[in-house]
Design a protein around this ligand. Structure first.
Ligand code: ZN
Length: 314
């Protein structure tokens, strides 16, 4: 007697990515695929709904927490189902990760008067941390709270390990043209133009200090990273818009808008994330403003207000 039959469906899943490729079509899952101890974990509800739309329901079976398939890259892989209540928890607004860019041997951009990006970023990050902790019922984790060197991957690891609900990386910009000024907020994405590529290259330059083999994020890696964030990209965008709006309200500086570029520090964050460039340290008058504690406090207040507004949209 044939107890059940299984239709063989070729499919591809990649760890840390929210997409599944079935019979050459891409489908979006509700959360990322996880790979742990030789097992792949996928969000089962969205997986089933994709399969149900794909073919007759009898073509796969779900027995004792296991589905059996043949994939096109390895034979007979067992996919175990997993309780994703932990994943849901991630979507509750509980923990904010504040990442002060650069630090230690990496000063970041250095201004005409010698102002270092790492110091401005840390000061604004600390002010932001205080404002959020004082006024909101959320946990705040700083990737660094002193002048220390941190690898880009360590920053994202801290964010992911702490199950952050929002990741804010704080930086100041620099350009060869000293007249360049203003604030802008970046999302992870393909470098749409030369400018975006330059900003990303400058922020990724620390990889050289880290001694990493990969000096840049491009091509397939970047597409994969962007795809992995598809499930929460809209949240990152909402927050980025709010940051721009709130800074604009408070300081006399040019609103350069929300942009996208291939930042390594954002690539592996599995939560809504942005990189804020507070201003151009390479512009002498903007550097002067950034040196003012009042100005930095206004920037911190603006980001804090953006966090507050963002929480209301959830
Ligand atoms: Zn930076």
């Amino acid at each position: 007697m044939i107890f059940y039959s299984v239709k063989l469906i070729p499919f591809k899943i990649i760890s840390q990515v929210t997409f599944i490729e079935i019979e050459d079509n891409l489908f979006q899952l509700s959360s990322t695929v996880m790979y742990l101890n030789n097992d792949y974990y996928i969000p089962i509800e969205s997986f089933f709904s994709i399969l149900q739309n794909l073919s007759e329901p009898s073509s796969f079976r779900y027995i004792n927490d296991e589905i059996r398939f043949t994939s096109n890259f390895e034979d007979q892989k067992t996919i175990k189902t997993v309780d994703l209540s932990n994943e849901k928890e991630k979507w509750e607004f509980k923990t904010i990760i504040i990442d002060a860019g650069h630090g230690g041997k990496d000063p970041g951009a250095v201004g005409y008067r010698g102002t270092k990006e790492k110091d401005i970023a840390l000061d604004v990050a600390k002010r932001l941390e205080k404002k959020i902790s004082r006024n909101m019922n959320v946990k705040v984790i700083m990737t660094r709270d002193e002048d220390v060197f941190l690898r880009l991957s360590e920053r994202t690891k801290i964010a992911n390990d702490n199950k952050g609900s929002l990741f804010i990386s704080i930086h100041t910009n620099a350009a060869e043209d000293r007249r360049a000024s203003g604030f802008e907020t970046f999302l992870i994405g393909l470098n749409k133009n030369e400018y975006a590529a330059k900003v990303a290259a400058r922020e990724n330059a620390v990889l050289e200090l880290e001694g990493s083999a990969n000096k840049d994020l491009s091509g397939e890696d970047l597409i994969q990273a962007t795809m992995a964030q598809a499930s929460f990209a809209a949240y990152s965008e909402t927050f980025a818009d709010l940051v721009q709006k709130e800074i604009k309200k408070r300081v006399q500086s040019k609103d350069r808008g929300v942009k996208q570029a291939g930042f390594v520090v954002l690539a592996r964050a599995s939560m809504p994330n942005v990189l804020v460039e507070l201003g151009f340290i390479s512009n002498p008058s903007e550097e002067k403003k950034l040196r003012s504690p009042q100005y930095r406090d206004q920037l911190a207040t603006a980001i804090y207000r953006a966090v507050e507004q963002y929480q209301k949209t959830l």
